[in-house]
Write a protein that binds this ligand. Structure first.
Ligand SMILES: *[C@@H]1O[C@H](CO)[C@@H](O)[C@H](O)[C@H]1NC(C)=O
Length: 264
């Protein structure tokens, strides 16, 4: 509007100039319409992409259930009970789960019998590999202590050392379960799940630092602890197959399908 009044108030302006202005004024109303059309088209195409991908996802996941392979610390272990206590004591909205290191998951499948058979094969492969090395100790170590993550399922956790045993088991699992989009493996034992703020995660981490030792911590010089390695670890004695609907953030529906001993 400003331009229009400016033109009106200056009758002495050169005629060529003012006609160019008029032309500009005439063509201008088209631009918002064009812009609107482009926005509308973009919106419609994004909407159709979203609807389409949503439909294919529900089609794939209608029958499929999410499974996970876990390495659980023996329930008699001191570490296991400390982790379990920490989980329960610090659970938000009662989000409690069993102490574990996930080997692989989520694996989407509708055939539980196939899942069981594949886990059996995996356990056999792991056992054979360890027999070759003449060891029956699948040691999982947590030398770094508690860490803070960025996702719901990696809120606060004990990071595990990626040993050759773990790496081999992971690679075999990916192969046997035919997983094509496996992410980089960061083995860990979760202490809390949640979408907590960074501050809240750090507060939990500091609390965990009081319970879980880091490797070679020099702060602890108690006489009675002299022989300890100052490192948290457990010896995995089995691989368990869990049904873990990752959409169920409360974990209440999670259940163990079967546990397969590594050294029967
Ligand atoms: C794991 O096994 C090794 C070798 O048998 C043993 O020395 C160690 O104490 C075990 N660790 C735990 C946490 O039980």
């Amino acid at each position: 509007m400003r331009n229009v009044t400016a033109v009106r108030n200056k009758p002495l302006m050169a005629s060529s100039h003012s006609s160019r202005r008029k032309q500009q004024l005439k063509t201008k109303p088209i631009n918002p319409f064009l812009r609107f059309s482009v926005i509308l088209l973009t919106f419609l195409s994004l909407l159709s992409i979203a609807l389409y991908s949503n439909r294919t996802r529900t089609r794939n996941e209608r029958e499929a259930v999410a499974y996970s392979l876990w390495l659980e610390p023996p329930t008699t272990d001191d570490l296991s009970s400390r982790v379990e206590n920490f989980i329960v004591e610090n659970a938000k909205n009662d989000v409690a789960f069993k102490p574990h290191v996930t080997l692989l998951g989520p694996i989407y499948d509708e055939n539980e019998r196939a899942m069981v058979a594949k886990t059996e094969n995996l356990v056999r492969e792991i056992r054979e590999k360890m027999m070759k090395k003449t060891t029956t100790t699948f040691n999982i170590r947590f030398p770094k202590g508690a860490q803070v993550g960025q996702t719901y399922f990696q809120c606060v956790y004990l990071e595990a050392e990626l040993t050759s045993n773990l790496l081999h088991a992971r690679e075999k699992a990916i192969e046997l379960f035919d997983i094509r989009d496996a992410r980089r493996y960061t083995p860990h034992m979760s202490l809390a799940y949640g979408d907590d703020s960074q501050g809240e995660r750090l507060r939990l981490k500091l609390k965990a630092d009081e319970v879980f030792k880091k490797a070679f911590s020099l702060s602890n010089t108690d006489e009675e602890n002299e022989d300890e390695t100052y490192e948290e670890s457990f010896n995995a004695t089995s691989v368990s197959l869990w049904k873990t609907d990752v959409e169920d953030k409360s974990c209440k529906s999670w259940r163990k399908v079967k546990e397969f001993p590594l050294f029967p």
